[in-house]
Design a protein around this ligand. Structure first.
Ligand SMILES: Cc1ncc(COP(=O)(O)O)c(C=O)c1O
Length: 396
């Protein structure tokens, strides 16, 4: 039995087992199922091929060159400079690498430290649901409350009235993830402007999780909220190298914001990890400096993977929302006669030799995502082709 307050935190993140013990995450459960059955694991979102040679070589040479001790608390100067240069090059944002950037243990630590630093107990955090599972847990850990705005299949577009209704006198933060895991939505300018207007009206800080910033499809541009008029001052922009450079195990993340916000967040972050990933920081800096073709290439490769898997899912009889970005495709199992995505995910290795994750774990309103399933398309083409082929068994 998990004691006291942690019980609540585990419950908020769907980690409470039937006896009140800590249950494995759905990703752990589904990955174990994939190992046990030999199924293709399209559950957890990690790529199955390595990132660019310049990035990998950068880490090897940093390790061989003695870069193995604690880096500076705010991150290595070359990575902070590379983050600032990247924000200028891609988005025209002016960021001071000395005072406005903090390197973190992945985007996850950046989000946790930000929420803990900027929320008082009882404050409210507005976010969309479904959401990345860490959000509910860190909001709970900070003693804050989440107010969610549903994104519903198939268009996953927020209802403006529901968005406005989520704001109130206790709203402190708005936590926005675009490109969005798990829906694959890339929010457009009108949607972002609506968030910005409400944040200004309620004097809230916007925290943006942009880890999929380079993974957008069909020429769709990612728009950082900090680029909207008046928003640089009230936005904490978070990203990481994991997805862009296919190094999810390195956990090199960062954030940038107004100096006083970065100072407040650093106060928390330095007692969470203080620093991490010393030799990987210059390697990620080298990645951020890569030419534009590299970034287009990553998105193009992923888009081809998306197309392969979308086609396979449609042919198998799923209802599919074609994602605009990210590693993920959401499919509706209802047309196949499955109204419970969790039941389908538990059966899928036996039925088709593939593993996916049920969407309802990402929702507070479990009914909203009941028949939906998330598949990862960040795998090699031969793996996705084989998965698409196997999924055809559902129709046969
Ligand atoms: C939306 C979102 N934010 C953050 C993360 C975690 O990023 P990192 O590995 O850099 O902590 C993920 C990883 O899956 C994610 O999907």
């Amino acid at each position: 039995m998990i004691p006291g307050r942690w019980h609540q935190i585990a419950a908020a993140s769907n980690l409470l087992g039937p006896d009140g013990d800590l249950a494995p995450t759905i990703f752990a459960e589904m990955s174990a199922l994939a190992v046990r059955t030999g199924a293709i694991n399209l559950g957890q979102g990690f790529p199955d091929s390595d990132g660019p040679e310049a990035v990998l070589a950068g880490a090897v040479s940093a390790i061989r060159g003695g870069g193995n001790q604690y880096p500076p608390g705010r991150g290595m100067p070359e990575l902070r400079a590379a983050v600032a240069a990247h924000q200028k090059r891609f988005y025209g944002l002016e960021v001071d690498p000395e005072t406005e950037v903090l390197v973190t243990a992945g985007a996850t630590e950046a989000i946790a430290a930000t929420v803990m630093a900027l929320c008082e107990p009882g404050d409210e955090v507005v976010t969309f649901e479904p959401y990345y599972d860490a959000y509910a847990a860190v909001i709970e850990m900070a003693g804050a409350r989440r107010r969610t705005v549903p994104l519903r299949f198939p268009d996953f577009t927020p209802d403006p009235a529901a968005l406005a209704a989520a704001f109130g006198p206790r709203t402190r933060l708005v936590l926005v993830n675009s490109p969005h895991n798990p829906t694959g939505r890339v929010l457009g300018s009108a949607e972002l402007e609506a968030v910005a207007r409400l944040a200004m009206d309620h004097d809230a800080i916007v925290v943006t999780d942009e880890v999929y910033e380079h993974l957008t499809f069909d020429g769709r541009a990612h728009i950082p909220l900090a680029t909207l008029p008046g928003m640089a001052e009230r936005t904490v922009t978070i990203s990481s190298g994991g997805k862009t450079f296919s190094v999810t195990g390195w956990k090199v993340g960062w954030l940038h914001a107004r100096r006083d916000l970065v100072d407040a967040i650093t106060t928390v972050q330095q007692f969470l990890t203080y620093v991490n990933a010393g030799p990987f920081q210059p390697a990620v800096a080298a990645g951020l400096d890569l030419p534009g073709e590299f970034f287009l290439g990553v998105a193009g490769t992923l888009q081809a993977g998306r197309d392969l898997l979308v086609e396979g899912l449609q042919a198998a009889g799923f209802g599919v929302r074609v994602p605009e970005g990210t590693y993920f495709i959401v499919a509706d199992a209802a047309p196949l006669g499955y109204h419970d995505g969790l039941a389908l995910c538990r059966d899928l290795p036996r039925l088709a030799g593939v593993v996916a994750v049920p969407m309802r774990v990402f929702y507070d309103d479990q009914d909203a995502g009941r028949s939906l399933v998330r598949f990862a398309c960040c795998k090699r083409p031969e793996v996705l082709r084989e998965a698409a082929d196997r999924l055809g068994a559902l129709r046969r």
